[in-house]
Write a protein that binds this ligand. Structure first.
Ligand SMILES: [Zn+2]
Length: 383
């Protein structure tokens, strides 16, 4: 049993290195100057469209980050299912994602060259900035560019593509935040007979929420409002895949219209689609970080109830919540002799003691101060 999706793809290589190339100046200005009020902590800028050329790159999207902003979450959406990546992100004083990284990358999925770790995904991709403590959110004029490509898992070929996508930016204002709450929307499919009516008092659900509190409470993140929904899932299992008509996308769409809360689906079983076929898993997160978009194709966690050893549901729930809030594995699973991909946080060691180890252990729920700071910063945690 794999505990979790591996958040990068190995073995795919860029067939042709895209040249570093500035498109025509078609800068879109999404700025809407404002000042943070006392009780405002999250603002969504009006979304804009960006168009990529046949080499996959978009024009620049310019936006203004107001004084007092502590983090931002950038959300890219492809209505036609292309894989989306952050090709460039430039703050007034620094290139957080330098515009030439794709030129030198051996794959477009994952940028590990700077402090900010950046990961592509199909249909919708989100990026929490900062996701490492060394990055400052400097107020002023920012710009970003996107990269769109298609990926064929059979041949591992990737092809840059001309398309139009949506760019949306959430700005966050949480100065000196040390604690916050996260609302959870538990979506009950009927698996193991658990329904919205019985879930609040069901021992497995209650125990799982307690493990989440045990893991995240010391990091300052507490479970806020928990809502329970019956959802008419077509099947009691779901596969993590990228298709437009995938079961996963259909499942996640069921939360459209729910009040904002991290959607957590309880199913009988979940599977990961890998190069060697379907692999059963204890759970996965559709998006890292999770876009702040109820009903969106990357918004939600799927957990398997078929593993009924004590604490498994809770530790996997707590671990997947970490991904939703922008945390990567402290070290990715790797074979003997392969290079280990480790997280970028200076105070976070790649040990099994950490909740974000790729195979989390119910007896080991550590989170570091810098992991807590990243997780507290984004749109899902209320100050
Ligand atoms: Zn994981």
């Amino acid at each position: 049993m794999a505990l979790c999706v591996a958040f990068f793809f190995t073995g795919c290589h860029v067939a042709e290195v895209p040249p570093f190339f500035a498109n025509e100046d078609a800068t879109i200005d999404s700025s809407d100057a404002f000042t943070w009020g006392d009780d405002a902590w999250r603002v969504t800028l009006p979304s804009v469209q960006a168009t990529t050329s046949s080499i996959g790159w978009s024009e620049a999207v310019a936006f203004t980050v107001p004084e007092g902003t502590t983090a931002l979450q950038i959300q890219l959406t492809s209505p036609t299912g292309h894989v989306l990546q952050l090709a460039e992100l430039v703050a007034p004083d620094a290139a957080i994602v330098p515009g030439d990284w794709l030129k030198f990358a051996d794959q477009p999925w994952l940028y590990l060259g700077g402090q900010e770790r950046v990961r592509a995904s199909a249909w919708q991709a989100a990026f929490l900035v900062p996701n490492a403590p060394q990055i400052a959110v400097t107020p002023g004029a920012w710009r970003l560019r996107t990269f769109a490509f298609d990926y064929d898992p059979q041949t591992e070929a990737r092809q840059p593509t001309a398309t139009t996508l949506d760019v949306q930016i959430d700005l966050l204002h949480k100065p000196d935040i040390a604690a916050g709450t996260i609302d959870l929307n538990l979506c009950l499919t009927g698996a193991r007979g658990i329904t919205a009516a019985t879930a609040p008092d069901h021992p497995r659900v209650r125990d799982a929420l307690q493990v989440v509190e045990q893991a995240w409470g010391p990091a300052g993140i507490h479970v806020g409002t928990v809502r329970y929904f019956d959802v008419p899932a077509k099947a009691l299992s779901v596969t993590h895949d990228d298709g437009a008509d995938s079961q996963l996308a259909a499942l996640l769409r069921l939360t459209a219209g729910q009040p904002p809360g991290l959607p957590i689906f309880l199913l009988e079983s979940v599977d990961l689609q890998t190069g060697s076929g379907l692999v059963p898993a204890a759970g996965f997160t559709a998006g890292l970080p999770t876009p702040f978009a109820m009903g969106g194709p990357r918004t939600g966690i799927a957990l398997a109830l078929k593993y009924d050893a004590p604490d498994i549901l809770g530790v996997v729930m707590a671990h997947e919540i970490g991904h939703c809030l922008g945390l990567f594995h402290v070290v990715e699973a790797h074979a003997q002799g392969e290079t280990a991909i480790e997280d970028r946080l200076p105070d976070t060691a790649p040990t099994p003691d950490n909740l974000m180890y790729y195979a989390p252990d119910p007896a080991r729920l550590q989170l570091t101060a810098q992991q807590a700071a990243v997780a507290l910063g984004g749109p899902w945690v209320k100050p």
